[in-house]
Design a binder for this molecule. Structure first.
Ligand code: ADP
Ligand code: ZN
Length: 628
């Protein structure tokens, strides 16, 4: 089979499939259309002529087929040499003829004339046709499939369609891939305690199975981004010394219905092979969104439903004590399908919240282990200045500080580096390139001093004023850092905050008699806060403690809430209350600034010169602020 061997594509040489395919097709057509190639060349003769030639003794060898007779003349046969093995080699020239149907006289005629005759064993068809008939078409189809697959892969970057149903999970084996343990997770002790049981089970399953106790199959970690949910799950695997299979909920979602479900199946197959193990599904909400929600694309909804169904089926499918524990993470537990939270599925929920001050100190300690710190540095100062920071934010802060120290060619990271890093994180990068003209600078200086003076009176925690532009929008900023974590805000504090926010604009009014565009962000924030006070916290006397807004996720700050259906009368009342709250705050800010007009001038002048006002100088100014 020489020809086939030559043409067989080398699977490694993927680039040539197209060309190869073409050649094969050409060859195929060529062979099909040109019977001449079907050697040896055959001449067709009438049957009567054949019989005459036999009688004349010219015919040397006859091959009888079903409805055709092929024969060679003695003269031609004499020209070919026999091979050593005595195998018959047909001469170049052959003749064919079509016998009369059921001609019984032919054998006798041949025998009488002593002609060698027989039947061709393989049905008489040229092997090359048999080969092409049976072998080439499936081969061609195979080639086409491979070629297209190839094109899809190299072209759009889309995944190989033959692999679509494979899960994209990444597997970590703690021993080889860098072990994460509970020592690497800090500041979320309650969550750690809750997961201790899981580790114990994975380590000593017998103790539990003996008693007939069932370990939860699924644990849901709930908390804001960056609080260490992934880290925690990995640490559980590390502590229990089992493999860690990591996959994100969004990786199950594809355009085609059924692909996600296939991936879920594949994931669980993988888990069964690796058990005991931890399967970690990040962003569970991506696939576990409650069903029947509004969806623009029907198909994407259907895909999600199928994927979710498959997930539920698979979770129900394995034994409680099979050694597979699924840990999922989400920051939006309220949108999860209720079916996911039923017993036997994710029935255990662990809250992973942002750390408190001690927790933050612990996280800082973990992340500064590999960093050269200045001696006697007090990390608790930084912990105190970073309320609301999640573990990931703190890790980022430490890295920023280290980068700053390195840039300044310092031997070790100092507290000043941390403070600078903190400002960067809070207010964005310092933008030296944006140069304010003198008028702008003056406006910004008075604006910021206005915030500071009002803020000092309202809450007393101004840290720093700067008119060095930072970030995308801020031309100047007044840094207020709380001393401690706050979980509640008194009504007076809410009002004070609104007043402080309006302090900047009020200063512009008091000093210049007109306002600039620089206060838009303040106004936005003040209005949001006032609206929340009225519609969520019931701080309006007239409307009272009625919830006018539907509370949403407590973990995603900044997500817009939706108004409850209210009558137009109530809507008008809300607007009036909000406006009144803002108006009052504005009036109060103006009063305060008028009462401290001289101080405002002094501070602004200093700020214009120095650009930054902080520390003792700032406090000496702010101590002089008087209530109106
Ligand atoms: P999540 O999964 O909750 O979004 P990650 O686990 O991905 O958060 O956290 C990202 C990184 O932040 C971690 O790799 C780790 O370096 C750091 N980190 C977050 N939380 C903590 C913590 N509690 N203790 C130590 N490091 C943390
Ligand atoms: Zn402002």
């Amino acid at each position: 089979m020489q020809i086939e061997n030559d043409r067989y594509p080398n699977p490694q040489k993927q680039g040539n499939f197209g060309g190869c395919l073409l050649t094969i097709i050409m060859l195929f057509l060529f062979l099909g259309f040109f019977p001449l190639f079907n050697y040896p060349s055959k001449t067709e003769v009438p049957y009567s002529q054949f019989r005459n030639q036999v009688r004349e003794g010219k015919v040397g060898k006859v091959i009888v087929e079903e409805n055709k007779v092929e024969y060679f003349l003695k003269t031609d046969l004499n020209k070919t040499k026999k091979t050593k093995s005595g195998k018959f080699i047909p001469p170049d020239k052959a003749y064919v003829t079509v016998p009369l149907p059921k001609d019984q006289t032919l054998p006798k005629l041949l025998e009488d004339n002593k002609v060698e005759f027989g039947v061709r064993p393989d049905g008489g068809r040229n092997w090359i046709f048999t080969a092409f008939g049976w072998f080439i078409p499936p081969f061609l189809i195979f080639l086409i499939v491979v070629w297209f697959t190839n094109r899809v892969q190299s072209g759009g970057g889309a995944a190989n369609p033959l692999n679509a149903g494979k899960s994209k999970a990444r597997v970590y084996f703690g021993q080889t891939d860098g072990k994460v343990t509970f020592a690497d997770v800090a500041g979320i002790d309650e969550a750690k305690a809750e997961l201790q049981e899981i580790i114990d089970f994975l380590k000593n399953p017998d103790r539990y199975t003996q008693l007939g106790a069932k370990i939860p199959k699924g644990v849901l970690l709930v908390g804001p981004p960056g609080t260490g949910k992934t880290l925690l799950a990995k640490a559980v695997a590390g502590e229990a010394e089992v493999p860690f299979i990591n996959v994100s909920g969004s990786e199950f979602m594809e355009m085609f219905v059924g692909v996600g479900a296939a991936r879920v199946r594949d994931l669980f197959e993988q888990a069964k092979q690796l058990s005991p193990c931890i399967v970690f599904i990040d962003e569970l909400d991506a696939l576990g969104k409650s069903r029947g929600g509004s969806g623009v694309f029907a198909s994407s909804n259907e895909e999600r439903e199928q994927t979710l169904d498959q997930m539920l089926t698979q979770m129900d499918g394995f034994e409680a004590n099979a050694g597979i524990i699924i840990i999922a993470a989400t920051n939006r537990p309220e949108i999860l399908d209720k079916a996911l939270l039923r017993p036997g599925r994710f029935d255990r929920q662990v809250v992973v919240d942002r750390p408190d001050k001690l927790g933050r100190l612990a996280v800082l300690q973990v992340h500064t282990q590999a960093i050269k710190l200045e001696e006697n540095i007090d990390l608790s100062v930084i912990a105190g200045r970073t309320p609301g920071f999640a573990g990931a934010d703190l890790a980022n802060l430490v890295n920023e500080a280290a980068l700053l120290a390195a840039r300044n060619h310092r031997e070790a990271v100092t507290l000043a580096d941390f403070n600078e890093a903190l400002e960067r994180v809070v207010a964005g990068l310092e933008k030296k390139s944006r140069i304010l003209n003198q008028v702008e600078k003056k406006i910004v200086a008075y604006h910021e001093c206005g915030h500071a003076i009002v803020g000092a009176l309202m809450s007393g925690q101004v840290e720093k004023i700067s008119i060095v532009p930072r970030g995308v929008g801020a031309l100047g900023y007044t840094l207020q850092l709380p001393e401690e974590d706050r979980f509640l805000m008194l009504e007076s504090e809410v009002r004070g905050r609104i007043t402080t926010l309006l302090g900047g604009r009020s200063a512009e009014e008091v000093v210049f008699g007109q306002v600039s565009t620089g206060a838009s962000d303040d106004i936005q924030k003040a209005t949001d806060l006032a609206e929340q006070a009225v519609t969520m916290y019931g701080m309006s006397q007239n409307l009272g403690p009625i919830a006018l807004e539907k509370a949403q996720s407590s973990f995603l700050d900044g997500s817009p809430n939706s108004r409850r259906p209210v009558s137009s009368v109530v809507a008008a009342a809300i607007d009036r209350e909000v406006r009144e709250m803002i108006h009052n705050a504005h009036q109060q800010a103006i009063l305060i600034l008028k009462a401290n007009r001289d101080l405002l001038e002094e501070m602004a002048e200093y700020l214009l010169e120095q650009e930054v006002l902080e520390g003792d100088v700032l406090y000496s100014y702010l101590n002089r602020v008087q209530a109106p």
